[in-house]
Design a protein around this ligand. Sequence first.
Ligand code: GDP
Length: 456
Amino acid sequence: MSTIVGISTAPGIGGIGIIRMSGENTFNILDKIFVPKNKQPIEDIKGYTIKYGHIIQNDEIIDEVLVSYFKAPKSYTTENMCEINSHGGNLIIKKILEICLKNGAEMAEPGEFTKRAFLNGRIDLAQAESVIDVINAKSEREVKSGIKQLEGFLSKEIKEIKQDILDVLVNIEVTIDYPEYDTPEVQEKEIKNMLEKIGKKLTKLEKSFDNGKIIKDGIKTAIIGKPNAGKSSLLNAILKEDRAIVTDIAGTTRDTIEEFVTINGITLKLIDTAGIRESKDCVEKIGIQKSIEEAKDADLIIAIFDSSKELDKEDLEILKLIKNKKSIILLNKSDLKNVLDENNEIFKNTSKNILKISALNKTGLEELYNKITEMFNLNEINLDNDVLITNIRHKNIIAKAIENVKLANKAILDSMPIDIIAIYIKQILDDLGEITGEVVTEDIINEIFSKFCLGK
Ligand code: GDP
């Protein structure tokens, strides 16, 4: 494989910049451009060491740097690698990159270092995919679940299921080779039992996706309510919490503003309906209209009412809207004289969670967060022991594998010949190989790594 080079630090001015090189010729190239202070010959430098010295071009010092050496196979990619720690200015980093290119390195594509780690067999595809999850993580839980996957938790689970499948296939082979060994009935029963066990494990993994998705993408939360109920104030109160980590993601697929906020380890993907209303400067009815649109595919609706006023027709529309959705009713403006409380006949009939808050005074927020944690069973997700699926690609593959378990079962019920049943079972094995990467097309691999950042 060629020797690649890329800038691993984010663009912009920083204390240091890191230029990474990987491939057979790494040290030959480095030898041409780097002079260690003690002039130690490059072949004497051991892996896992750092040398201080200068990057040189045409006898001119370009920068004062530290270089880390990683000798194959003990490196991120398993190839010869080095990381040049230069000063963190854009110009200097680019200059060093250029010098590496001039001396024979090729520009790395996004994710190419991690792709090599995968292609060279150091990590499997699921582990490689988790690298990007860790980098993009918005909450501590997400980092933790990404690290678990990187450490191979999911891969281990998949490997165990694959072993179960191999056991079934061995069982079938024995039947084909030695038909006198067992009666077909005993055989079928055994295979069915084994398939049931495999199906259960796969279903558990598939179900974990809902929790995994919440950890990864956050709880998609729409705050809805009539104009002046206090949507913006609530949003501001949440976003300005001392403990909130706010990530702005503007301009997503629809014309909404989405903001990620992580509080107590819960990520809420807030759909800013209030922002839309304000920015477009339309009033009244549009509040409800927008609410309807936003509520459609939210995981959670926070319906906010002004408790200093009686409910009106528009409020009733909102209650209708949340009827069959996971939702919380907030009675806002609890600091004012309340005419509306949870004992109101209309609320009593909703069997919804009702909380009093004052968005203005920021009271009642803690109860709101606790309620959300409770509603999504977030305290019950055990990140230390549970294997969670967080990636839609994995979820789809597992769903396909479950289908093939069903088909294999049906083939047994339909008394199909054993070698036909074996074909379905082998398919389950292939399906799972797509997660770990043994059975995967180049297109899929390229698509996965194209989502990575440069230099990773
Ligand atoms: P939105 O139209 O639903 O986004 O409502 P806003 O957040 O813009 O609030 C409308 C008005 O109600 C503003 O004047 C806010 O200051 C006021 N308001 C919001 N929440 C509270 C609250 O908890 N108590 C009081 N007294 N006023 C509030």
